[in-house]
Ligand binder design. Structure first.
Ligand code: GLU
Length: 523
């Protein structure tokens, strides 16, 4: 590596929502940049206008805002190497295409779509695959086969054409990959890739990508394994431009595999098994289809970062919970795996739980309010936070006859079924419920009526206000009302401290629930 400042880029094409694998690619670039005090660039590769999807660029930016991954320059961040949206660099690419044409590294091809299709079909009929390369280009309509005057005429008359890269066959092309070592491919298998199209005056991905990485002084190209087959072509392009000395180093990251490890992770796996494959919810502008996102499903950004960071790389040792700073410190491209990483989404639950439990109660509130609203319950963040602080410890660790056990609370939404009674009064009592059978005796209805009347006299319904009066009544009456009172307010044998719950519900609701239980359970 040369001594230049590390500069890496994340260069998505705005063709839809970012796949979770793309998020991992961006994260690895970010960790690498931060570790080396380098720059992280955000470039939009939108030269394929047929695949452009409105809203995708904003979606990608929003994803990284949510995750706390910051760029140093690029689209919407500014910088000295702009513009960073390839569609805005249109004019600039023409110079470089011309350079390749002038120096004989590329040629004009005039074959129409129909002609190319005919060749493809012909080849298929013989059980072969047509490829535009050294073996076929001499039979096609291009500036290598046409007389020079004919080429000039076609150009002058404005016939549509593409510029193709001239691949010399029979050469071993080496890609020095940080993760994979020396990757060698023979140039004979490569086709003469289209670099530029006259129809829209735009370069294709390959040309724009190389020109931009060069002009933006990118030092390391860290991207998904799906780009490895293109890497030899990219090496040849650097050579054709005379930029081999400053060619970036490549690192092709392992694929994310299906949870069972068999094949590439797809959106269908997520739909089938119930986990998101996109960072944020995505509304397809064409079909109206909505795909779930990590954010909307209740994942915390720190958990997503930590989970993704360890898919394809591990720092060694037992520590699995790593903050962004620790990841930046320990990240090592050389230790990334060559093999695909199994997308263990259940492990994602675990990460979320670990981070969720570290969060202060008040930070659970906004999500909890939203989840309650989905259930038709309106409440304030203050009220929601009160429930969380009364219940969090209890719902996570609870007592059984074999000692304390832990529940799997991985998301704020897991609280809802365990906290329903704060917002919804019991409407029936299960006669088979052990707790009710044990604690509701023939005399209980009468005792609860006494307690109800005592509570009705209390003006200050705070925990302290109730305690002062009710404790005295307990003392004087000798009645132990706690479990039966719980049955009245909760409907079963769970929940927080009774005074806390009662204060939360308020006098009116408490009396209403007690009246209902006394009525119902008496019968
Ligand atoms: N635009 C490409 C993509 O969408 C970038 C690939 C690269 O990083 O070279 O993934």
């Amino acid at each position: 590596m040369n001594s230049m400042k590390v500069r890496v880029r994340f260069a998505p094409s705005p063709t839809g929502p970012l796949h979770i694998g793309g998020v991992r690619t961006a994260l690895y670039n970010y960790l690498f940049a931060r570790q080396h005090g380098g720059d992280f660039i955000f470039r939009i590769e939108d030269t394929d206008r047929t695949r452009f999807v409105p809203g995708a660029e904003e979606y990608i930016l929003e994803t990284f805002r949510w995750l706390g991954i910051q760029f140093d320059e690029g689209v919407s961040f500014g910088g000295d190497h702009g513009p960073y949206r390839q569609s805005e660099r249109k004019e600039l690419y023409k110079v470089y295409v011309q350079q390749l044409l002038d120096q004989g590294w590329a040629y004009y091809a005039f074959d129409t779509a129909e002609e190319l299709n005919a060749r493809r079909e012909e080849a298929e009929a013989q059980g072969e695959k047509f490829q535009y390369d050294a073996s076929t280009r001499s039979q096609m309509r291009n500036s290598l086969t046409l007389a020079q005057e004919e080429t000039e005429r076609l150009l002058q008359e404005g016939h549509p054409y593409v510029v193709r890269f001239l691949i010399q066959p029979g050469e071993d092309v080496h890609v020095d990959d940080i993760i994979r070592g020396d990757v060698c491919i023979n140039s004979s298998i490569l086709d003469d890739k289209v670099l530029w199209k006259s129809a829209d005056q735009l370069p294709t991905y390959h040309l724009a990508n190389i020109v931009d990485d060069h002009l933006m002084e990118v030092t390391h190209v860290i991207r998904g394994e799906e780009w490895l087959p293109s890497a030899p072509l990219h090496v040849l392009l650097y050579r054709a431009f005379g930029w081999e000395d400053t060619m970036p180093r490549f690192a092709h990251l392992p694929l994310l595999l299906k949870p069972d490890g068999k094949g590439k992770l797809s959106k269908r796996d997520g739909d089938r098994l119930g986990f998101p494959v996109f960072p944020l919810e995505w509304h397809n502008p064409e079909t109206g289809e909505v795909s779930s996102g990590y954010r909307e499903s209740g994942y915390l950004p720190e958990a997503v970062i930590n989970f993704l960071a360890l898919l394809g790389w591990n720092p060694g040792g037992d520590q699995e919970i790593l903050s962004m700073d620790e990841l930046i410190e320990k990240f090592n491209l050389e230790k990334c795996s060559k093999n695909g990483a199994r997308f263990d989404y259940v492990k994602g639950f675990w990460f979320n739980r670990e981070y969720l439990l570290q969060r202060p109660d008040a930070e659970w509130a906004p999500d909890f309010v939203r989840i309650l609203a989905e259930q038709g319950i309106e409440t304030t963040e203050e009220k929601a936070a009160e429930v969380v602080s009364m219940m969090k410890a209890k719902v996570i660790e609870y007592q059984t006859k074999d000692g304390p056990k832990k529940r799997n609370i991985s998301f704020v939404r897991d609280l809802w079924p365990l906290c329903r009674f704060f917002f919804v009064a019991p409407t029936a009592f299960d006669p088979e419920d052990k707790f009710i059978r044990k604690n509701w005796k023939p005399e209980t209805a009468d005792e609860m009526r006494q307690l109800r009347d005592v509570l009705a006299t209390i003006d200050d319904f705070s925990v302290e206000g109730q305690k002062a009066v009710v404790d005295a009544w307990v003392e004087q009456s000798g009645i132990k009302p706690w479990n039966a009172w719980r049955v009245c307010l909760v409907g079963e044998g769970q929940g927080p401290d009774m005074y806390g719950l009662s204060a939360f519900l308020g006098k009116e609701e408490v009396l209403r629930r007690m009246d209902f239980a006394i009525q119902t359970l008496k019968l």
